[in-house]
Design a protein around this ligand. Structure first.
Ligand SMILES: Cc1cc2nc3c(=O)[nH]c(=O)nc-3n(C[C@H](O)[C@H](O)[C@H](O)COP(=O)(O)OP(=O)(O)OC[C@H]3O[C@@H](n4cnc5c(N)ncnc54)[C@H](O)[C@@H]3O)c2cc1C
Length: 596
């Protein structure tokens, strides 16, 4: 059964990103490192004891939809588990105290989300969507909307959803046609069909607050004409309490899916539903982006979370399962499969990729905190830019790796991995959605190349490359002991720089060339950034070795493991980055292959 990897989480929080530094910012000053670590430990216990045991039940039992009433019933044990989650106040941790939140860093929320998603991905999506809806209302909603909705969404008493997709409007959100007609009293009447709405209907909460993108009459075509509306499942009375009057939104069906069986994916029919404008008319995309940026980080995190859970399961199985005689074992002996070099390679690859993903996800979250809360404007801007650059990389690289790492986990199990009862297959099936939703990974790559690289005329990515070169110089200064790491790292940075320059130059002359190389470029970027962060981990571990584990009290075996894992990544996985260069720089012409 899943156990939160608290030691590695603590290491990354304090020695790859700077949790202690964050807690010194005036806005986060009440959140000291000890409290954060204590919360993680407690939440880890809750997730392992209450949520992880429901993961397989959710997969096999799934959810039930009543077509007559439109009601959705979650899997056995779900309602009770959600009640415990709310009673403990776990969902409120990163939100402002004036709305009932804990005022803790986003970094803590993300670390908690890693645990939550590892323990039970389907369950995690209810709080995740609510968190996105809170963000949109918090940043764009009116005072009245804050008062009426935020406190109960922050506490988790009410859930939230995010309604973009329609049958003809998936990646092309601007094609949506749901209508919002002014009712004359300040409210609107919403009519249209939304598909694939996560937790669009369920029995975890009484009230569900739908955030819906729609068009007002005579709005301009495309994304410019889109507005955001808040549509409660139950209408409120004058005092803000839910009445027993149902709004005009019904779950007409739920999807049968490859994975995340316990997370309801709903078709919602809106018929003259009462909706309230959030922010300005026609500014819906901007408001939605507030939700999407955080959601993209959280979805990227799902790749890590399932990769970690899959690793733990595969490692346990590799110790248990005996098959074949390992080289050097006595004749007639059946060795544990972990002793076979090929199995070991799979496990080490999983571990190294997980640790690289964790470092990236946490750096992205830390950047969001600093961009929001640092007193110095220049520091805020620099971290805002870094978060913007990293977000598509985190989303797409980590979710692609989530599929690969869970697939390796399944492979370690051999035939039993393909059999459902081990649970290895569930991780693989569950992981497959993450490269698709929250903007497909192809769309993320286009965002990286088309919008993020050109930021400050390439200055933001140049700053990142300079930071990597500084780490390479630190490695070099450490002497011969780290020479293999230095060589591999410098070689990969060179490839990344070359690819970046090519894209910036060719993107300006023919965007088709840049878009043709966008996905391999994003893969290269993730691979190199992951290497950078593991190089920093190795340096930090080295500094603490032989000194009682430093401030964190890490034991020598753990610190040595950080270094060997980093060496494996840098010398065995990172060289793949340069291999991607021809695909990045091949241009659109390379794709002119008849498809039949
Ligand atoms: C389980 C599940 C849960 C979901 N939850 C939600 C939710 O809560 N709320 C919500 O609003 N939506 C949700 N979605 C919808 C999801 O975000 C979309 O499925 C996703 O954005 C892709 O849209 P699409 O399915 O229409 O695919 P399409 O847009 O048709 O894409 C098909 C393929 O074409 C590519 N493509 C499309 N346009 C371009 C382009 N311009 N350039 C290059 N490539 C392109 C895509 O990358 C993809 O590979 C969910 C979907 C699923 C399956």
């Amino acid at each position: 059964m899943y156990q939160p990897p608290l030691t590695d989480m603590r290491f990354v929080l304090s020695h790859v990103v700077d949790l202690a530094g964050l807690t010194k910012l005036p806005a986060l000053a009440h959140a000291d490192v000890e409290t954060v670590e204590g919360l993680l430990e407690e939440f880890g216990r809750f997730a392992a004891e209450v949520l992880a045991p429901l993961n397989q039940v959710g997969d096999t039992e799934g959810i039930r939809h009543d077509p007559t009433t439109g009601e959705v019933t979650t899997a056995p044990g779900w309602v009770e588990a959600y009640r415990k989650y709310v009673d403990a106040g776990w969902g409120s941790v990163p939100f402002p105290p004036e709305h009932g939140g804990g005022g803790f860093p986003w970094l803590l929320a993300i670390a908690m989300q890693e645990i939550l998603s590892s323990a039970n991905l389907s369950f995690s999506m209810a709080p995740l969507l609510t968190q996105g809806a809170i963000d949109a209302v918090l940043h764009h909603g009116s005072e009245q909307q804050h008062e009426q909705y935020l406190r109960r969404m922050v506490s988790g008493e009410w859930a939230g959803t995010m309604n973009l997709t329609e049958p003809q409007a998936g990646s092309d959100v601007g094609a949506l046609s749901t209508k919002a007609v002014p009712a004359g009293d300040g409210s609107y009447r919403i009519t249209g069909t939304k598909i694939f709405i996560t937790y669009g209907e369920h029995d975890l909460t009484h009230q569900i607050v739908h955030l819906v993108l729609a068009r007002t009459p005579d709005s301009p075509p495309g994304t410019k004409g889109i507005s955001l509306f808040l549509v409660p499942k139950w209408l409120l009375d004058d005092t803000g309490e839910p009445t027993d009057e149902r709004n005009g939104v019904t779950c007409v069906s739920v999807e049968h899916k490859m994975g995340i069986h316990a997370s309801p994916t709903c078709v919602l029919a809106y018929e003259d539903a009462v909706g309230y404008l959030v922010g300005e008319e026609h500014a819906g995309m901007r408001a939605m982006f507030t939700m999407m940026n955080n959601a993209r980080l959280s979805v990227g995190l799902e790749g890590l979370a399932l990769g970690e859970a899959a690793y733990q399961k595969a490692l346990a199985y590799a110790h248990e399962r005996h098959q074949g005689r390992a080289i050097g074992a006595p004749p007639g002996h059946q060795s544990a499969i972990v002793e076979h070099p090929d199995v070991r390679r799979m496990l080490v690859t999983m571990k190294a990729l997980n640790e690289a993903m964790r470092a990236l996800v946490y750096l992205n979250a830390e950047s969001i905190d600093i961009a929001r809360h640092h007193p110095d404007a220049a520091e805020r801007t620099a971290r805002d830019e870094l978060a913007d650059l990293l977000t598509p990389i985190t989303k797409a690289w980590c979710t692609d790796l989530g599929v690969e790492v869970t697939s390796l986990g399944l492979q370690v199990h051999g035939g039993m991995g393909y059999i459902e009862e081990t649970g290895a297959a569930q991780y693989f099936r569950d992981a497959r959605i993450a490269p698709i939703y929250e903007g497909t990974n192809g769309i993320q790559a286009m965002d990286l190349v088309g919008r993020k690289l050109p930021m400050r005329a390439g200055g933001v990515v140049a700053d990142l490359i300079a930071a990597m070169r500084a780490t390479a110089a630190e490695l070099e200064a450490a002497g011969d002991e780290l020479a293999p790491e230095v060589e591999a790292f410098v070689y990969a940075i060179g490839a990344f720089e070359e690819a970046t320059t090519w894209l910036l130059t060719h993107g300006a002359t023919d965007p088709r060339d840049a878009l043709a190389g966008a996905t391999p470029y994003l893969r290269m970027a993730g691979t190199v950034v992951g290497g950078w962060l593991l190089a920093r981990s190795a340096l930090a571990a080295r500094a603490m070795q032989g000194g009682g584990g430093g401030a964190g009290g890490f034991d020598e075996a753990f610190l040595a493991g950080k270094r060997t894992t980093a060496r494996f990544y840098l010398t065995q996985l990172l060289p793949q980055a340069r291999g991607l260069l021809p695909a990045v720089t091949g241009g659109a012409a390379a794709l002119e292959v008849p498809l039949g």
